[in-house]
Write a protein that binds this ligand. Sequence first.
Ligand code: GLY
Ligand code: MN
Ligand code: MN
Length: 438
Amino acid sequence: MNAPLASLYPAHLATLRARADQALALGGFDHLLVAASTPLGKFLDDQDYPFVVNPHFKHWLPLTDAPGSWIAYTPGSKPKLVFVQPRDYWHVVPEAPHGYWVEHFDIVTVRSAAEAAAQLPQGRSAVLAPACPAIDGVTVNNPQAVLDYLHWHRSYKTPYELALMREANRIGARAHRAAEAAFHAGRSEFGIHMMYLAAARQIDVELPYASIVGLNEHGAVLHYTHFDRTPPAEHRSFLIDAGASCAGYASDITRTHAAAGHGEFQALVASMDAAQQGYASQVRAGQSYPELHLHAHRVLAGVLREHGFIRMSAESAVESGVTSAFFPHGLGHPIGLQVHDVAGFQQSERGGSIPRPAGHPYLRMTRVLEPGMVVTIEPGLYFIDMLLAELREKPAAADIDWAKVDAFRKYGGIRIEDDVVCTEGEPENLTRDAFAQA
Ligand code: GLY
Ligand code: MN
Ligand code: MN
Protein backbone atom coordinates (compact mmCIF):
# COMPACT_ATOMS: atom_id res chain seq x y z
CA MET A 1 0.00 0.00 0.00
CA ASN A 2 1.38 3.38 -0.96
CA ALA A 3 1.54 6.24 1.48
CA PRO A 4 -0.36 9.20 0.06
CA LEU A 5 1.65 11.22 -2.41
CA ALA A 6 1.20 14.30 -0.25
CA SER A 7 3.21 12.64 2.51
CA LEU A 8 5.95 11.38 0.17
CA TYR A 9 6.42 14.53 -1.89
CA PRO A 10 8.23 16.78 0.66
CA ALA A 11 11.08 14.28 1.06
CA HIS A 12 11.28 13.87 -2.73
CA LEU A 13 11.57 17.61 -3.16
CA ALA A 14 14.18 17.83 -0.40
CA THR A 15 16.23 15.18 -2.23
CA LEU A 16 15.99 17.08 -5.51
CA ARG A 17 17.00 20.30 -3.81
CA ALA A 18 20.04 18.65 -2.22
CA ARG A 19 21.06 17.17 -5.57
CA ALA A 20 20.60 20.54 -7.28
CA ASP A 21 22.72 22.22 -4.58
CA GLN A 22 25.56 19.82 -5.31
CA ALA A 23 25.20 20.01 -9.07
CA LEU A 24 25.23 23.83 -9.06
CA ALA A 25 28.27 23.91 -6.77
CA LEU A 26 30.09 21.51 -9.09
CA GLY A 27 29.35 23.63 -12.15
CA GLY A 28 29.87 26.99 -10.41
CA PHE A 29 26.29 28.24 -10.88
CA ASP A 30 23.96 30.30 -8.71
CA HIS A 31 20.61 29.13 -10.11
CA LEU A 32 19.04 26.14 -11.75
CA LEU A 33 16.51 27.05 -14.45
CA VAL A 34 14.48 24.20 -15.87
CA ALA A 35 12.21 24.81 -18.84
CA ALA A 36 9.12 22.69 -19.34
CA SER A 37 9.96 23.44 -23.01
CA THR A 38 7.61 24.33 -25.83
CA PRO A 39 6.07 22.22 -28.60
CA LEU A 40 7.92 21.84 -31.88
CA GLY A 41 6.14 23.35 -34.87
CA LYS A 42 5.59 21.38 -38.03
CA PHE A 43 7.49 22.63 -41.07
CA LEU A 44 5.53 25.18 -43.14
CA ASP A 45 2.43 24.56 -41.08
CA ASP A 46 0.48 26.18 -38.26
CA GLN A 47 0.31 22.88 -36.33
CA ASP A 48 2.61 21.66 -33.56
CA TYR A 49 3.90 18.18 -32.80
CA PRO A 50 2.54 16.82 -29.53
CA PHE A 51 4.13 18.53 -26.57
CA VAL A 52 6.68 16.45 -24.66
CA VAL A 53 7.78 17.98 -21.38
CA ASN A 54 11.45 18.19 -20.41
CA PRO A 55 12.06 15.23 -18.07
CA HIS A 56 14.02 17.47 -15.68
CA PHE A 57 10.89 19.60 -15.25
CA LYS A 58 8.53 16.74 -14.42
CA HIS A 59 11.09 15.42 -11.95
CA TRP A 60 10.31 18.40 -9.71
CA LEU A 61 6.54 18.40 -9.97
CA PRO A 62 3.78 16.35 -11.51
CA LEU A 63 3.07 18.71 -14.41
CA THR A 64 3.34 17.25 -17.87
CA ASP A 65 1.24 19.80 -19.73
CA ALA A 66 2.74 23.19 -18.99
CA PRO A 67 4.43 24.42 -22.18
CA GLY A 68 6.52 27.54 -21.73
CA SER A 69 6.65 27.24 -17.91
CA TRP A 70 9.87 27.24 -15.87
CA ILE A 71 11.19 26.10 -12.54
CA ALA A 72 13.78 28.42 -11.02
CA TYR A 73 15.72 27.13 -8.04
CA THR A 74 18.30 29.04 -6.03
CA PRO A 75 20.00 27.11 -3.20
CA GLY A 76 18.56 28.15 0.15
CA SER A 77 15.29 29.49 -1.31
CA LYS A 78 11.90 27.96 -1.98
CA PRO A 79 11.74 26.87 -5.63
CA LYS A 80 9.73 29.08 -7.94
CA LEU A 81 7.33 27.93 -10.61
CA VAL A 82 6.74 30.40 -13.42
CA PHE A 83 3.53 29.03 -14.79
CA VAL A 84 2.30 29.97 -18.25
CA GLN A 85 -1.46 30.14 -18.59
CA PRO A 86 -2.14 31.88 -21.91
CA ARG A 87 -5.22 33.99 -22.60
CA ASP A 88 -6.51 31.71 -25.32
CA TYR A 89 -10.02 30.73 -26.37
CA TRP A 90 -8.83 28.34 -29.08
CA HIS A 91 -7.35 25.70 -26.80
CA VAL A 92 -7.83 24.29 -23.35
CA VAL A 93 -5.31 26.23 -21.31
CA PRO A 94 -3.30 24.43 -18.62
CA GLU A 95 -5.27 24.25 -15.39
CA ALA A 96 -4.20 26.47 -12.53
CA PRO A 97 -1.72 24.61 -10.30
CA HIS A 98 -3.39 22.63 -7.54
CA GLY A 99 -2.70 19.61 -5.38
CA TYR A 100 -0.25 18.37 -2.79
CA TRP A 101 2.81 20.02 -4.29
CA VAL A 102 1.77 23.66 -4.79
CA GLU A 103 2.50 24.80 -1.22
CA HIS A 104 6.15 23.87 -1.78
CA PHE A 105 6.60 26.39 -4.60
CA ASP A 106 6.34 30.12 -5.01
CA ILE A 107 4.07 30.26 -8.03
CA VAL A 108 3.90 33.15 -10.46
CA THR A 109 1.34 32.89 -13.25
CA VAL A 110 2.08 34.67 -16.52
CA ARG A 111 0.35 34.77 -19.89
CA SER A 112 3.13 33.89 -22.33
CA ALA A 113 6.49 32.16 -22.65
CA ALA A 114 8.11 35.56 -23.25
CA GLU A 115 6.67 36.91 -19.98
CA ALA A 116 7.91 33.79 -18.21
CA ALA A 117 11.49 34.47 -19.26
CA ALA A 118 11.28 37.89 -17.62
CA GLN A 119 10.48 36.24 -14.26
CA LEU A 120 13.69 34.21 -14.13
CA PRO A 121 16.54 35.24 -11.84
CA GLN A 122 19.60 36.89 -13.32
CA GLY A 123 23.11 35.60 -12.68
CA ARG A 124 25.11 32.50 -13.43
CA SER A 125 22.47 29.93 -14.26
CA ALA A 126 22.51 26.33 -15.35
CA VAL A 127 19.67 26.34 -17.87
CA LEU A 128 18.27 22.89 -18.62
CA ALA A 129 16.18 23.01 -21.77
CA PRO A 130 16.14 21.80 -25.33
CA ALA A 131 17.97 24.38 -27.46
CA CYS A 132 14.82 25.72 -29.02
CA PRO A 133 14.21 29.08 -30.67
CA ALA A 134 10.88 29.49 -28.89
CA ILE A 135 12.70 29.98 -25.58
CA ASP A 136 13.42 33.69 -26.09
CA GLY A 137 15.71 35.74 -24.00
CA VAL A 138 17.29 32.87 -22.06
CA THR A 139 20.59 31.30 -23.02
CA VAL A 140 20.30 27.57 -22.81
CA ASN A 141 23.59 25.97 -21.73
CA ASN A 142 22.79 22.45 -20.41
CA PRO A 143 26.14 22.30 -18.55
CA GLN A 144 27.60 18.82 -18.83
CA ALA A 145 28.83 18.72 -15.22
CA VAL A 146 25.34 19.57 -13.95
CA LEU A 147 23.63 17.08 -16.26
CA ASP A 148 26.08 14.32 -15.34
CA TYR A 149 25.47 14.82 -11.65
CA LEU A 150 21.68 15.03 -11.94
CA HIS A 151 21.44 12.11 -14.35
CA TRP A 152 23.55 9.88 -12.17
CA HIS A 153 21.40 10.57 -9.12
CA ARG A 154 18.16 10.23 -11.08
CA SER A 155 18.96 6.50 -11.15
CA TYR A 156 18.05 6.30 -7.45
CA LYS A 157 14.32 6.67 -7.19
CA THR A 158 12.73 8.30 -4.16
CA PRO A 159 9.77 6.62 -2.40
CA TYR A 160 7.53 9.21 -4.10
CA GLU A 161 8.81 8.20 -7.53
CA LEU A 162 8.35 4.50 -6.74
CA ALA A 163 4.74 5.19 -5.73
CA LEU A 164 4.11 6.79 -9.14
CA MET A 165 5.84 3.92 -10.93
CA ARG A 166 3.68 1.40 -9.05
CA GLU A 167 0.63 3.23 -10.32
CA ALA A 168 2.00 3.40 -13.89
CA ASN A 169 2.35 -0.39 -13.70
CA ARG A 170 -1.15 -0.84 -12.32
CA ILE A 171 -2.61 1.17 -15.20
CA GLY A 172 -0.53 -0.83 -17.68
CA ALA A 173 -1.50 -4.20 -16.16
CA ARG A 174 -5.19 -3.30 -16.30
CA ALA A 175 -4.85 -2.34 -19.97
CA HIS A 176 -2.83 -5.48 -20.76
CA ARG A 177 -5.67 -7.60 -19.39
CA ALA A 178 -8.11 -5.84 -21.72
CA ALA A 179 -5.76 -6.34 -24.67
CA GLU A 180 -5.38 -10.04 -23.88
CA ALA A 181 -9.16 -10.44 -23.83
CA ALA A 182 -9.40 -8.62 -27.18
CA PHE A 183 -6.82 -11.02 -28.64
CA HIS A 184 -8.78 -14.06 -27.48
CA ALA A 185 -11.94 -12.44 -28.92
CA GLY A 186 -10.27 -12.36 -32.36
CA ARG A 187 -9.83 -8.61 -32.76
CA SER A 188 -7.39 -6.93 -35.16
CA GLU A 189 -4.17 -5.33 -33.93
CA PHE A 190 -5.88 -1.96 -34.28
CA GLY A 191 -8.90 -3.19 -32.33
CA ILE A 192 -6.69 -4.58 -29.56
CA HIS A 193 -4.82 -1.28 -29.39
CA MET A 194 -8.11 0.62 -29.01
CA MET A 195 -9.12 -1.69 -26.16
CA TYR A 196 -5.75 -1.10 -24.54
CA LEU A 197 -6.10 2.69 -24.70
CA ALA A 198 -9.65 2.58 -23.40
CA ALA A 199 -8.67 0.44 -20.41
CA ALA A 200 -5.63 2.62 -19.66
CA ARG A 201 -7.71 5.77 -20.17
CA GLN A 202 -4.74 7.27 -21.99
CA ILE A 203 -4.37 8.38 -25.60
CA ASP A 204 -1.35 7.46 -27.70
CA VAL A 205 0.62 10.62 -27.03
CA GLU A 206 0.19 10.20 -23.28
CA LEU A 207 1.79 6.75 -23.33
CA PRO A 208 5.50 6.61 -22.55
CA TYR A 209 6.23 4.98 -25.93
CA ALA A 210 4.44 3.75 -29.05
CA SER A 211 2.73 0.47 -28.24
CA ILE A 212 3.84 -2.68 -30.05
CA VAL A 213 0.83 -4.89 -30.79
CA GLY A 214 1.82 -7.81 -33.00
CA LEU A 215 -0.19 -10.85 -34.01
CA ASN A 216 1.45 -14.02 -35.34
CA GLU A 217 4.59 -13.30 -37.47
CA HIS A 218 4.47 -9.62 -36.51
CA GLY A 219 5.89 -10.55 -33.11
CA ALA A 220 9.23 -10.97 -34.89
CA VAL A 221 9.46 -7.24 -35.70
CA LEU A 222 11.06 -5.82 -32.58
CA HIS A 223 9.45 -2.40 -32.93
CA TYR A 224 6.28 -3.31 -34.79
CA THR A 225 3.98 -0.29 -34.52
CA HIS A 226 1.87 -0.79 -37.61
CA PHE A 227 -1.60 -1.86 -36.30
CA ASP A 228 -3.26 -3.92 -39.04
CA ARG A 229 -6.88 -2.79 -39.28
CA THR A 230 -8.22 -6.24 -40.18
CA PRO A 231 -7.89 -9.41 -38.13
CA PRO A 232 -5.69 -12.16 -39.57
CA ALA A 233 -7.33 -15.39 -40.78
CA GLU A 234 -6.04 -17.17 -37.70
CA HIS A 235 -4.93 -15.89 -34.27
CA ARG A 236 -1.94 -17.97 -33.17
CA SER A 237 0.17 -15.69 -31.00
CA PHE A 238 0.16 -12.18 -29.63
CA LEU A 239 3.07 -10.03 -28.46
CA ILE A 240 2.16 -6.76 -26.77
CA ASP A 241 4.75 -4.30 -25.49
CA ALA A 242 2.79 -1.39 -24.06
CA GLY A 243 3.18 0.85 -21.04
CA ALA A 244 1.37 3.63 -19.28
CA SER A 245 2.19 6.96 -17.68
CA CYS A 246 1.55 8.30 -14.22
CA ALA A 247 2.45 11.92 -13.49
CA GLY A 248 5.22 11.65 -16.06
CA TYR A 249 6.61 8.28 -14.89
CA ALA A 250 6.63 5.30 -17.23
CA SER A 251 5.85 1.63 -17.11
CA ASP A 252 7.16 -0.65 -19.85
CA ILE A 253 5.46 -4.03 -20.01
CA THR A 254 5.54 -6.88 -22.51
CA ARG A 255 3.51 -10.06 -22.54
CA THR A 256 3.26 -12.84 -25.11
CA HIS A 257 0.15 -14.99 -25.40
CA ALA A 258 -0.65 -18.19 -27.28
CA ALA A 259 -4.08 -18.88 -28.75
CA ALA A 260 -5.89 -22.06 -27.73
CA GLY A 261 -4.60 -25.07 -29.69
CA HIS A 262 -1.02 -23.82 -29.94
CA GLY A 263 0.41 -25.81 -27.05
CA GLU A 264 3.93 -26.06 -28.45
CA PHE A 265 4.21 -22.29 -28.54
CA GLN A 266 2.55 -22.00 -25.13
CA ALA A 267 5.20 -24.35 -23.70
CA LEU A 268 7.96 -22.15 -25.11
CA VAL A 269 6.29 -19.06 -23.63
CA ALA A 270 6.15 -20.83 -20.26
CA SER A 271 9.89 -21.62 -20.41
CA MET A 272 10.70 -18.02 -21.28
CA ASP A 273 8.45 -16.80 -18.49
CA ALA A 274 10.24 -19.00 -15.95
CA ALA A 275 13.61 -17.78 -17.23
CA GLN A 276 12.45 -14.16 -17.06
CA GLN A 277 11.32 -14.52 -13.47
CA GLY A 278 14.72 -16.01 -12.67
CA TYR A 279 16.50 -12.90 -13.99
CA ALA A 280 14.06 -10.58 -12.25
CA SER A 281 14.85 -12.33 -8.95
CA GLN A 282 18.50 -11.36 -9.48
CA VAL A 283 17.83 -7.64 -9.55
CA ARG A 284 19.82 -7.21 -6.36
CA ALA A 285 22.36 -4.78 -4.99
CA GLY A 286 25.82 -5.62 -6.33
CA GLN A 287 24.58 -7.53 -9.37
CA SER A 288 26.30 -6.43 -12.59
CA TYR A 289 23.59 -5.80 -15.17
CA PRO A 290 25.75 -6.81 -18.17
CA GLU A 291 26.58 -10.06 -16.34
CA LEU A 292 22.87 -10.69 -15.96
CA HIS A 293 22.44 -10.08 -19.69
CA LEU A 294 25.18 -12.64 -20.48
CA HIS A 295 23.60 -15.08 -18.03
CA ALA A 296 20.32 -14.65 -19.93
CA HIS A 297 22.08 -15.78 -23.12
CA ARG A 298 23.30 -18.95 -21.40
CA VAL A 299 19.83 -19.69 -20.03
CA LEU A 300 18.30 -19.03 -23.44
CA ALA A 301 20.68 -21.58 -24.97
CA GLY A 302 19.30 -24.10 -22.49
CA VAL A 303 15.73 -23.24 -23.47
CA LEU A 304 16.58 -23.61 -27.17
CA ARG A 305 18.12 -27.04 -26.49
CA GLU A 306 15.30 -28.19 -24.27
CA HIS A 307 12.73 -27.33 -26.95
CA GLY A 308 14.74 -29.00 -29.70
CA PHE A 309 15.83 -25.95 -31.73
CA ILE A 310 19.56 -26.54 -31.29
CA ARG A 311 21.78 -29.55 -30.66
CA MET A 312 25.05 -27.85 -29.64
CA SER A 313 26.06 -27.17 -26.04
CA ALA A 314 24.77 -24.03 -24.33
CA GLU A 315 28.31 -22.62 -24.18
CA SER A 316 28.92 -23.04 -27.89
CA ALA A 317 25.48 -21.61 -28.71
CA VAL A 318 26.46 -18.43 -26.88
CA GLU A 319 30.03 -18.29 -28.21
CA SER A 320 29.08 -18.92 -31.84
CA GLY A 321 26.43 -16.17 -31.78
CA VAL A 322 23.48 -18.56 -32.11
CA THR A 323 21.69 -17.12 -29.09
CA SER A 324 22.21 -13.59 -30.46
CA ALA A 325 20.30 -14.53 -33.61
CA PHE A 326 17.32 -15.50 -31.47
CA PHE A 327 17.76 -12.76 -28.83
CA PRO A 328 19.17 -9.74 -30.67
CA HIS A 329 18.51 -6.99 -28.12
CA GLY A 330 19.55 -6.14 -24.59
CA LEU A 331 18.07 -7.64 -21.44
CA GLY A 332 16.67 -4.24 -20.47
CA HIS A 333 17.34 -0.68 -19.42
CA PRO A 334 16.81 1.83 -16.65
CA ILE A 335 13.27 3.25 -16.50
CA GLY A 336 11.67 6.20 -14.73
CA LEU A 337 10.84 9.63 -16.09
CA GLN A 338 11.71 8.26 -19.52
CA VAL A 339 11.03 4.76 -20.70
CA HIS A 340 14.72 4.43 -21.58
CA ASP A 341 15.95 6.41 -18.64
CA VAL A 342 19.27 8.25 -18.49
CA ALA A 343 22.59 7.10 -17.05
CA GLY A 344 22.45 3.43 -18.06
CA PHE A 345 26.11 3.57 -19.07
CA GLN A 346 27.34 6.27 -16.72
CA GLN A 347 30.52 5.58 -14.78
CA SER A 348 30.09 8.02 -11.92
CA GLU A 349 28.38 11.25 -10.96
CA ARG A 350 31.18 12.98 -12.88
CA GLY A 351 30.16 11.33 -16.15
CA GLY A 352 32.16 8.78 -18.13
CA SER A 353 30.81 5.69 -19.81
CA ILE A 354 31.00 1.97 -19.08
CA PRO A 355 31.30 0.09 -22.39
CA ARG A 356 29.01 -2.73 -23.40
CA PRO A 357 30.35 -6.28 -23.46
CA ALA A 358 31.82 -7.10 -26.90
CA GLY A 359 29.23 -8.52 -29.27
CA HIS A 360 26.23 -7.00 -27.46
CA PRO A 361 25.68 -3.68 -29.24
CA TYR A 362 22.12 -3.11 -28.12
CA LEU A 363 22.45 -3.48 -24.37
CA ARG A 364 21.27 -0.21 -22.74
CA MET A 365 22.55 -0.74 -19.21
CA THR A 366 26.12 -1.56 -18.16
CA ARG A 367 26.04 -0.56 -14.49
CA VAL A 368 26.06 -2.54 -11.28
CA LEU A 369 22.63 -2.54 -9.64
CA GLU A 370 22.10 -0.55 -6.46
CA PRO A 371 19.11 0.03 -4.20
CA GLY A 372 16.66 2.53 -5.67
CA MET A 373 17.38 1.69 -9.30
CA VAL A 374 14.51 0.51 -11.47
CA VAL A 375 15.29 -1.56 -14.54
CA THR A 376 13.34 -3.57 -17.03
CA ILE A 377 13.98 -7.28 -17.45
CA GLU A 378 12.88 -8.20 -20.96
CA PRO A 379 14.41 -11.32 -22.47
CA GLY A 380 13.23 -12.32 -25.93
CA LEU A 381 13.25 -15.24 -28.33
CA TYR A 382 12.31 -14.41 -31.93
CA PHE A 383 12.16 -16.04 -35.32
CA ILE A 384 13.46 -13.17 -37.47
CA ASP A 385 13.88 -14.03 -41.15
CA MET A 386 16.87 -11.76 -41.70
CA LEU A 387 18.83 -13.07 -38.72
CA LEU A 388 17.91 -16.71 -39.40
CA ALA A 389 19.14 -16.33 -43.01
CA GLU A 390 22.49 -15.09 -41.66
CA LEU A 391 22.63 -17.91 -39.15
CA ARG A 392 22.09 -20.50 -41.89
CA GLU A 393 25.39 -19.39 -43.43
CA LYS A 394 27.41 -20.03 -40.27
CA PRO A 395 29.11 -23.35 -39.35
CA ALA A 396 26.83 -23.58 -36.29
CA ALA A 397 23.88 -24.01 -38.68
CA ALA A 398 24.65 -27.74 -38.86
CA ASP A 399 23.56 -28.12 -35.23
CA ILE A 400 20.21 -26.39 -35.62
CA ASP A 401 16.94 -28.16 -36.34
CA TRP A 402 15.77 -25.92 -39.16
CA ALA A 403 12.49 -27.73 -39.64
CA LYS A 404 11.64 -26.96 -36.04
CA VAL A 405 12.76 -23.35 -36.40
CA ASP A 406 10.71 -22.93 -39.57
CA ALA A 407 7.64 -24.36 -37.86
CA PHE A 408 7.82 -21.55 -35.29
CA ARG A 409 8.17 -18.63 -37.71
CA LYS A 410 4.41 -18.33 -37.77
CA TYR A 411 4.47 -17.28 -34.10
CA GLY A 412 6.89 -14.40 -34.60
CA GLY A 413 8.48 -14.34 -31.20
CA ILE A 414 8.30 -14.02 -27.45
CA ARG A 415 9.19 -11.16 -25.13
CA ILE A 416 8.27 -10.88 -21.48
CA GLU A 417 9.07 -7.63 -19.73
CA ASP A 418 8.71 -6.43 -16.15
CA ASP A 419 9.86 -3.30 -14.34
CA VAL A 420 11.84 -4.28 -11.27
CA VAL A 421 13.13 -2.22 -8.33
CA CYS A 422 16.48 -3.05 -6.78
CA THR A 423 16.15 -2.76 -2.99
CA GLU A 424 18.37 -3.55 0.01
CA GLY A 425 16.86 -7.03 -0.03
CA GLU A 426 14.34 -8.84 -2.23
CA PRO A 427 13.60 -7.16 -5.55
CA GLU A 428 10.24 -5.49 -5.94
CA ASN A 429 8.65 -6.51 -9.23
CA LEU A 430 6.32 -3.60 -9.97
CA THR A 431 4.77 -5.33 -12.95
CA ARG A 432 4.05 -8.76 -11.43
CA ASP A 433 2.64 -7.05 -8.35
CA ALA A 434 0.40 -4.93 -10.57
CA PHE A 435 -0.89 -7.95 -12.50
CA ALA A 436 -1.60 -9.69 -9.20
CA GLN A 437 -3.87 -6.78 -8.28
CA ALA A 438 -5.41 -6.16 -11.73
N1 GLY B 1 9.09 -0.69 -25.24
C1 GLY B 1 10.44 -0.37 -25.44
C2 GLY B 1 11.31 -1.26 -24.72
O1 GLY B 1 10.91 -2.31 -24.27
O2 GLY B 1 12.44 -0.96 -24.46
MN1 MN C 1 11.85 -1.99 -22.32
MN1 MN D 1 8.92 -2.62 -23.76
